[in-house]
Design a protein around this ligand. Sequence first.
Ligand SMILES: NC(=O)c1ccc[n+]([C@@H]2O[C@H](COP(=O)([O-])OP(=O)(O)OC[C@H]3O[C@@H](n4cnc5c(N)ncnc54)[C@H](OP(=O)(O)O)[C@@H]3O)[C@@H](O)[C@H]2O)c1
Length: 302
Amino acid sequence: MRKLVIGSTGFIGRELVTLLSEKYPGQVRAMIRSRGKLGSLAYLWGVEFVEGDVLDRESLDSAMRDHVDTVYYFAAVTGNQKNKNNLYWRVNVEGTRNAVAAAEKAGVSRFVLCSGLGTIVGEPGSYMETRWEMEEAVRRSKMAWTILQPSILFGEGSEFFEAQARIMKLLPVAALLGGGNTRFQPIHVTDVARASIEAAESEAKIGKTIELGGSEYYTYRELVNLMLATIKIKRLKLPLPMWAARLNATLFNLLPKPPLTKATLELLAYDNISADREVIKHQFGFDPDLLQPYLAKYGIKV
Ligand SMILES: NC(=O)c1ccc[n+]([C@@H]2O[C@H](COP(=O)([O-])OP(=O)(O)OC[C@H]3O[C@@H](n4cnc5c(N)ncnc54)[C@H](OP(=O)(O)O)[C@@H]3O)[C@@H](O)[C@H]2O)c1
């Protein structure tokens, strides 16, 4: 039986493929869009790479062939990207629907989706709506499914920490988006990958939507202070109300790679924490990594 990872070149997907390849050598299949994105994954032993795209049904059928029992769906367009040509809807919603249909057709029994904490129905046309519909596609499926909703992630390659630290380095002030009081529960990428595998293998997690977070809550202001201390710079902190942040995001949208998007602001508008601060320990039985010792040891790549 094989484990198929869709979104295997992503921040979480890479970690997941790595852990799966150690646990199931010779049984892991990773769907990739292009070999050029493989990087260090290319050196993993016992992983089969197949090319495919979630918008291409035939490539999904082909990725699911020969007895795939579990699909880990970790592909998405994240909120830091531009919504060019309706990309959010096409990849997040239509892509997930395609993958669910292909998995059902192939007789896959277990489907694990990585979504995000705080996903709600969302306004029509919003980024949040695409995340909600992505989850709904999985909840409606006939397979044994589990949806994971992580808070923000840390680890090498974390967009949240690295992109923001880069902006802080560039600008003379550090903006506290939305005032800085939104709360987060940062979790290490390896802990998310580990919890994902455990979720896929637990009967008790079937049909559940599970929030994932580290064991600490931080306000956005506290995270900004930590990032500044980690990259050893001082900046004046400027609370930026949401309306002003949205105006900035609208202007930045003219750039090919905007440093701030409206979708990111949608995600920053609500507390991004799980109801149970010890969710990893209680649901998965291990202690997640702590943010501050990690940052002190590894820093933030800027
Ligand atoms: N990172 C976080 O802090 C965080 C926090 C909470 C929730 N999440 C959620 O976790 C999930 C994974 O996040 P991530 O950070 O790993 O994202 P990521 O690094 O942006 O990776 C996204 C993955 O999706 C793939 N992908 C995009 N479009 C595709 C398509 N048309 N066909 C096939 N694959 C496609 C990408 O492939 P390419 O490499 O070819 O582009 C990449 O492998 C997302 O749902 C995200 O919202 C992430």
